[in-house]
Design a protein around this ligand. Structure first.
Ligand code: HEM
Length: 147
């Protein structure tokens, strides 16, 4: 009888330990960038702002003149949602394949990033969150420039 009681206590202790381990899992207590930035409505605002800004921009508009904007809006939104750890799976082409042959140079890339910052600003995204998002876009630079 004593042994049975000890076993039950051990089982309870073990399950309690695994439950506390799960609760200290970083991902369950740290909100994703997607959540911190305001989820889908914030992404929609950024992308809409960006498209309007590009439409009035002399430096990069030429690249988009023949693009399907509905398609671009949808795919860019899903892509951004994916890279901020939102609930989206981006299954489009790689950044390298999409931008291959566009001959995007450094100035155009940097300018695009400035337009992106303006789009985040107009969507009232805070500076720390803007910086976190930019840090996730920065590594794409090499895949997008001049290929
Ligand atoms: C961090 C920077 C960038 C990111 C994250 C990005 C992301 C994307 C994504 C996800 C798409 C796919 C949308 C689609 O399938 O149509 C796309 C398409 C496109 N991107 Fe970029 N892009 C960046 C920089 C640039 C720059 C600098 C230019 C030009 C100066 C550019 C020009 C284009 C164009 C023209 C398309 C549409 C292609 C088409 O018509 O299908 N992108 N971009």
């Amino acid at each position: 009888m004593k042994i049975a009681k000890a076993s039950i206590i051990l089982i309870l202790l073990a399950s309690c330990l695994s439950c506390s381990t799960a609760n200290t899992n970083k991902s369950s207590i740290t909100p994703s960038l997607y959540v911190k930035m305001g989820q889908q409505p914030a992404l929609d605002k950024i992308v809409d702002n960006l498209i309007n800004i590009i439409g009035n921009d002399d430096v990069v508009f030429g690249h988009f003149a023949d693009s399907n904007i509905t398609y671009f809006r949808k795919n860019l939104t899903v892509f951004l949602c994916h890279i901020v750890d939102g609930p989206c799976e981006y299954s489009g082409d790689t950044m390298q394949d999409i931008h291959r042959g566009m001959y995007i140079n450094k100035n155009q890339f940097n300018h695009f990033v400035e337009l992106f910052i303006d789009a985040m600003e107009a969507a009232e995204i805070s500076y720390p969150i803007q910086n976190q998002l930019l840090a996730r876009l920065a590594p794409l630079r090499e895949s997008i420039i001049k290929i």
